[in-house]
Design a protein around this ligand. Structure first.
Ligand code: FAD
Length: 397
């Protein structure tokens, strides 16, 4: 009677956990991965597709590595309901699957209803977020292509915490890179609910000033309240209205809807899921481990793919240990590197290391670890592409 681990979500957290449970158990534990998409599409590098220097096939990887090379059963479906008493996950397609251990890594939900008019505008395809790489990434690219020279692209950023702290500023760079070549009279407006650029602030501001002088304008403390897609207007709590030809609205975010439906979102006004960081086991339900962007993070821990990949490994090791009746690793460590492309070649990074603090029972940034690029460079561009290829292989090959 083999133990079975069921994983909900084949992204950075879930795919990594699925593969590493197989590897660390010498293929003795059965793993079932539930994922509705046919292939994995990476958010990292998706801003380059928006900017036009990369295409969708370059950020897409099939799930066949997990099934063929690692013997994982990949079920193309969505999990709809968790029954912890019966230890079963129910699927949209009808059936259900029993588990000994469940891993939940469904990413984020975008709270469209927190901005007046946004849900309808998004439904009509007029105002996109493109914060889950896929069809919207391509649609946003098309909107930029249709914008006349002299037009305005406006991106709004919600208060922290949100998925990928540097991501919106990288997107501003990519859109500016496109405009500089093809629509040099156009403008990029960055409208941020936060008091300053959330990540790599000085580096981004320098990139905007040096590479795109007069083209990118950054405005802090802009809390978005409403969108009028018909007139292309953004309305803010205190600031003046802004009009733009392409509106890219990133609304507030919370744990992916399956985590919410399963009642795992017990922290931060029910936006994020509390976990025991030694095992990533939910503080609501036993034998349910939550990973990635859905969890409540300790200070300094970003919501990133690199971190979700690390969560997947710590959780897989803990699950394999627990199923063997052993204690988990008493001192896990997490690392993070986030690269940002300022044009089609040049990149800068931020890195950090997070060690387990037994006294305070949380992860803390290791003093003196990590750091920032001195400036964006082409050498780091090669590192960033290697990082992407390596992490996709680590998850999926
Ligand atoms: P995801 O990777 O989103 O995976 C969730 C998966 O769950 C999806 O495949 C989804 O289809 C599936 N799912 C959802 N609901 C269900 C359900 N009910 N049943 C079954 N499956 C379900 N991070 C970096 O480290 N470096 C970067 O350079 C970087 N750049 C980024 C750029 C952009 C533009 C964006 C938007 C993000 C970027 N990120 C980056 C962040 C990174 O993409 C996320 O932090 C990461 O995807 C989180 O992993 P996850 O497993 O929580 O969610």
């Amino acid at each position: 009677d083999k133990a079975r681990v069921v994983v909900v979500g084949g992204g950075f957290g879930g795919a990594t956990a699925a593969k590493y449970v197989r590897l660390l158990s010498d293929h003795k534990i059965d793993v079932v991965l539930i994922e509705p998409n046919e292939a994995f599409v990476s958010c990292p590098l998706s801003n380059l597709v928006v900017g036009g220097s990369r295409q969708m096939p370059e950020i897409t990887t099939p799930y066949t590595g997990l099934s063929r090379r690692h013997g994982i059963t990949v079920v193309r479906d969505s999990a709809t309901r968790l029954d912890t008493a019966a230890r079963r996950v129910h699927l949209a397609g009808g059936g259900s699957i029993g588990y000994d251990k469940l891993v939940v890594s469904p990413g984020i939900d975008l709270l469209l209803d927190r901005v007046e008019g946004l849900a309808a505008a998004h439904q009509q395809g007029r105002v996109l977020h493109a914060w889950k790489a896929g069809p919207e990434t391509v649609q946003l690219r098309r909107q930029l292509e249709a914008l006349p020279d002299g037009g305005v692209f406006a991106i709004t950023i919600p208060e922290q915490p949100y998925r990928c702290p540097p991501g919106p500023y990288e997107r501003a760079c990519q859109v500016a890179w496109y405009f500089k070549q093809r629509k040099p009279r156009s403008k990029v407006l960055v409208l941020d609910a936060n008091p300053d650029v959330t990540s790599k602030g000085a580096l981004f501001k320098r990139a905007w000033a040096e590479l795109y002088p007069g083209m990118v304008e950054y405005r802090p403390q802009h809390a978005l309240e409403a969108v009028d897609a018909r007139t292309g207007t953004l309305k803010f709590a205190v600031n003046d209205d802004v009009k733009a030809g392409v509106l890219n609205v990133l609304p507030p975010m919370r744990a992916g809807s399956f985590a919410v439906q399963a009642g795992l979102n017990n922290l931060a006004n029910n936006r994020w899921c509390g976990v025991n960081y030694l095992t990533f086991e939910s503080t609501v339900h036993r034998d349910v481990h939550v990973l990635g962007d859905s969890i409540q993070i300790a200070p300094g821990m970003p919501k990133s793919g690199h971190m979700a990949n690390n969560h997947g490994k710590v959780a897989a090791a803990a699950i394999v240990a627990q199923l063997a009746g052993l204690p988990p690793n008493p001192a896990p460590m997490l690392t993070n590197t986030c690269y940002s492309f300022v044009d089609d070649q040049r990149v800068m990074h931020v890195a950090s290391v997070h060690g387990w603090d037994a006294a305070d029972r949380t992860f803390k940034t290791v003093p003196g670890s990590g750091g920032l690029s001195p400036a964006a460079s082409e050498l780091e561009g090669t590192y960033a592409l290697s990082w992407a290829r390596n992490i996709w292989a680590d998850m999926l090959a």
